[in-house]
Every structure is written in C-alpha cells, then in structure tokens.
Design a protein. Sequence first.
Length: 145
Amino acid sequence: MKTALLHRRSVRSAARGFSLAELMVVIVILGLLATLVATNVIPILFQASSTVAKSDINTISQAIDNYMINNAGRAPDNLEMLVTLDENGHNYIKSLPLDPWKNAYVYEPPVGTRGYRVICYGKDGAPGGEGEDADIDNLTILERK
C-alpha cells in the first residue's frame, strides 16, 4: 500500500514540471516578440525625442521674441540673458532646458538680415548628420509648417 502511494506522488510531481522542449519554445516565442516590439518602438522613441527638441526650440524662440519686444527689437547676446532679469525687470524663461540627448541648445544671434537661430545638433551633438543625428533649428521648423 505504501509503495502505491509513493508511486502516485512521484508521478504527480513529475507531471507538474516543464520539459526542456516546452521551455525552449516559450523562450523562442518571447525572443520573437521582443524583436518585433524593439523594431517598432525604437523609431517611435526617436520621433518623440525630435518632437521634444522642436517643442523646446519653440519655447526658447518665443522667449527670444518676447525679449526683443520688451527691449526695442534688440536680440539677446546669449540664451543666459533670457533666464536673468533684464533692465526692464523681466526674465523670459525659468531655466534653459537641455535637448533630449542632454546637450545644450545652441543660439546664434541675428546677423544682418538673417534672423536668430536656436539649434539642436541631434543625438551626436555635432553639426550636420542624418536621422537621429540631424540638426533641428527654429528656421527649419517654420519652413515645415
């Protein structure tokens, strides 16, 4: 009688586990799903970073425009002038954001007939580039609208 009970317990405990083949099938399926998700999510993440950069550039551009309105059309010499109080007692932005890749935005004051530029150099942080490394600036944003 005791041997029959022991036999039943050992059969039940063996039936509870997974075979190596079942585990391998599950791992392969999870790997395929992870690959599909990664190939579809990574481009969307870049698009989100680009959208954040455009939004920040628009915010900085609006602050520069407000500065110019309050200072008789004179543009700031650098972006730090937007954060500190000007001679009229205004500051135009609370703090200067970093781009989505943790680089500072670049500001080029107006020269001659060319207006000012606020630039994000993309993921590589260097001028030029394509894809994630492409430059984004306020003038190209306005052209695309």
